[in-house]
Every structure is written in C-alpha cells, then in structure tokens.
Design a protein around this ligand. Structure first.
Ligand SMILES: [Zn+2]
Ligand SMILES: [Zn+2]
Length: 409
C-alpha cells in the first residue's frame, strides 16, 4: 500500500507488512530524500522468521536512513538482527537494555547499532523529524512516534493501552493534531469490552491469595512484561510473601532499571537457579547475595515466577514440601493455551494439585482508548494496522479510513 497526501506531496507511507493482520509490522515513511522504517517485526507464530525481500533494508545496498522500533515484542522487533548493519536503529534506552539482555541470554543474534530514544526528544533524520512519546503497553519503554516533515504530521501508535499504570490522559494531552493516524486495532476483532487495569488485577490477585493464605503461589507470565512484574511484586508485598524470580526474569527486571523489582536492589525479591549451567551461573553473578535454594524456598511464603521450561526444577521443588492446594496465576494471553508446551505445563501443575486461576489483562487499547486518541489527535485519515477489523474505525465519521485497496489517493 502506498499512501500520499496529495495536498502536501511530502511524506508517503508504505505498509510493507502487517496491515490487515496482527503482527509482522514493517512500515515505511519517506520523502523525496529520506526513507525511514517503523518496526521490523516477525509474523506471529513463525518458528523460523521469513525475511521479506526488501531491497536496501534486508538485502543489497542500504537505502533506508533509519529504523525506529516502537517496542521489543517479536512482531515489531523480530527482524532487527536481519537488517543491513549500516542502518542506524532508534529504540527506547531501557527497551534496548531488555532486548539485548534477552538476546544474549537466549543466544540470539543482536543488533548493536542502536541509538536511544527519550520521550519528547526529537530526532532528525534527513527531511523527517521524529518525536517519541512514551506509552503504556505490555512491553516496557514503548513509544508512539510522531513524524513531521514540512508541516505534515503522521502519528504511529505502535501497540498501546490505556489500562496500565502510566497515565493515559497525560500522554493524550501531549499529542498534537495530526494529518494521518496509523493506529493498531488488535482488540477490535473480539468481543468489545473495557479491559481491567493493572491496579484492578492486583486487587483480584490479593483477594484470591487471601482465600488460601498459607499456600504457595506461582505465576506464569512473560518475563518481559515489566508492568505485570510490578503488579505481582505489589501483590506479594501486600500478602507478606517474598517474590521469587528465576535468573532470566531477574536479568530482564534488572535491565529495566533500578525502580523495577529485581533481586539486585529489592531485598524481598530473591533469585533461583533452575538448571546449574554456565549461562545461569553467569547471569547469577549480578545478584550474589539474593540466591535462594529449594530447601529455603520450602520454608517461605512466596510468589514464584514459573514457565514450561522449569518443569524438572518444579518436580524437585515439589519433593521438598507439600505444595498441593497451591495456586498458579495464568497471567498471559489465553491464546497461548493452544501451544503444546503451555497446555502440557498447565496439566503438569494441575496433576500436582495446583489450582490455576486466570489473572490477565490486555496490553492493547480498548474502545474508550481509541475514542480518546481520536478526539485528541483529530486525524484527517486513519490508517489501521495490526488489526483484523480495520472497518471498525468507520465509526469516526469525521475521519477517512484507509484500506489496503485504496493504494493512492
Ligand atoms: Zn504487536
Ligand atoms: Zn506489542
């Protein structure tokens, strides 16, 4: 899709991938002399990423001047190590630390040509000025991007939500009126309802734990969902438990900064090794005093991060004490239950007497959030991406909704 504002003849938008689908986002914005790319994502569910044949980005001589990454989810960053190494990348400073920590731990290739983005601080690339706006999402340090050239304004939302701990109204008050809004619409294909906030999730968790105050609590969540780590930490604190992080989760939490609960700084966060290998010992060196073994865990009241790869470790832990009648929060998108390893892990926990309780809320905007965003930015055109229901935006009758079929206008 190629989009050109006929009145301006200035910036053009080309959705390389990820318009009428969720994930695999790659968006090009260009002027006569400048070409930038917003996000370089993998398709969701791809085991081995297929690299699109885009000349000057993934192959041939570089012809893009910069790549901007809104956040570190694979469907936005998955191809970052595959772009031509000469092209500079811009991404949030803490998001970069988390991305690099995760790649290093998991043994994945890393792009190291990354420059930091700071909220509100403009970056000039040739004829285009880009201003990042910190937003809330299930990835930490995520940004909306405002692109300006000769008075024309495009806002790309990346993935965002209004139900996190960051103030959505304060973000909205900083956004200008724009000509084109490129927005995600992830939640619009399902049932429309207002998402729980992280605070409401915390209340729900505290109430559930209060029903069985002496039993162990596990939480199955993504280590990179930093907002959720905060929710779980606060829950642990309110229910007088220590928070146990495996070395991977602890490394990601520490990379997110000193305010995020991690065993380097927080005395009530402890770290455990699941496999005694070199990788885990190396990562553990950052938290020398916070290590906790199975025997000591068995004597404590805790909330523990768990994942399918920890099955063997948990088998040994369950030998140390009676963990039946325990509770596990399932704190991820429910679609993952279809994955074999996840289904297998849930069954394993249930077979060991652990009750599973859903504790999740969306990382994406709900209807009310879109209403506020569109009221604030008053776009002439809405270009939905990252959605299976672009037509939903037709309700904003003052705006023109753009579809793939409308190539140029
Ligand atoms: Zn996404
Ligand atoms: Zn995302």
């Amino acid at each position: 899709m190629l989009l050109q504002m006929s009145r301006y003849h200035k910036m053009k938008i080309h959705i390389i991938r990820g318009q009428n689908q969720i994930g695999g986002s790659i968006i090009e914005v260009r002027t006569e002399a400048t070409r930038v790319v917003l996000d370089v994502g993998c398709e969701l569910g791809e085991d081995t990423p297929v690299i699109p044949q885009v000349d000057g980005l993934f192959q041939g001589k570089p012809c893009y001047h910069a790549v901007f990454v809104t956040h570190y989810h694979g469907d936005h960053i998955g191809l970052l190590a595959n772009i031509l190494s000469e092209i500079p990348v811009y991404m949030g400073e803490k998001a970069t630390a988390i991305y690099q920590t995760s790649c290093n731990y998991l043994g994945r290739p890393v792009n190291s040509n990354i420059y930091p983005l700071f909220s509100g601080k403009k970056v000039a690339v040739g004829e285009i000025e880009i201003t990042p706006f910190l937003c809330d999402h299930s990835a930490f340090d995520s940004y909306m991007l405002l692109l300006e050239s000769e008075g024309m304004k495009i806002l790309y939302t990346g993935d965002f939500r209004a139900n996190g701990r960051k103030s959505f109204s304060s973000l909205m008050s900083r956004l200008p009126l724009v000509d084109i809004l490129i927005t995600e619409g992830t939640t619009l294909s399902g049932k429309h309802r207002t998402a729980l906030t992280e605070q409401e999730l915390e209340e729900k968790a505290v109430k559930l734990i209060a029903k069985q105050p002496n039993q162990p609590v596990f939480v199955f969540m993504a280590a990179t969902n930093i907002d959720r780590l905060v929710t779980i930490y606060r829950t642990a604190k309110r229910t007088k438990r220590i928070f146990l992080q495996d070395v991977y989760t602890a490394s990601i939490a520490a990379a997110a900064g000193k305010n995020i609960p991690n065993p380097e700084i927080f005395s009530d966060v402890r770290v455990f090794l699941t496999v005694p290998n070199e990788k885990q010992y190396t990562a553990l060196q950052r938290f020398p005093k916070a290590k906790i073994g199975r025997a000591e865990i068995a004597k404590k009241q805790f909330v523990m991060c768990v994942r399918p790869s920890m099955k063997k470790y948990l088998e040994r832990l369950f030998e140390e004490a009676d963990y039946s009648d325990g509770l596990m929060f399932y704190s991820m998108w429910d679609g993952y239950v279809q994955n074999e390893d996840v289904a297998d892990f849930l069954q394993f926990m249930e077979e060991n007497g652990i009750r599973i309780s859903n504790l999740h809320t969306s990382g994406h905007a709900d209807e009310e959030a879109f209403d506020k965003l569109i009221e604030q930015t008053c776009p002439k055109y809405i270009l939905p991406v990252h959605t299976e229901n672009a037509a939903w935006f037709e309700r904003y009758t003052n705006c023109n909704v753009l579809y793939e079929s409308e190539n140029t206008f």
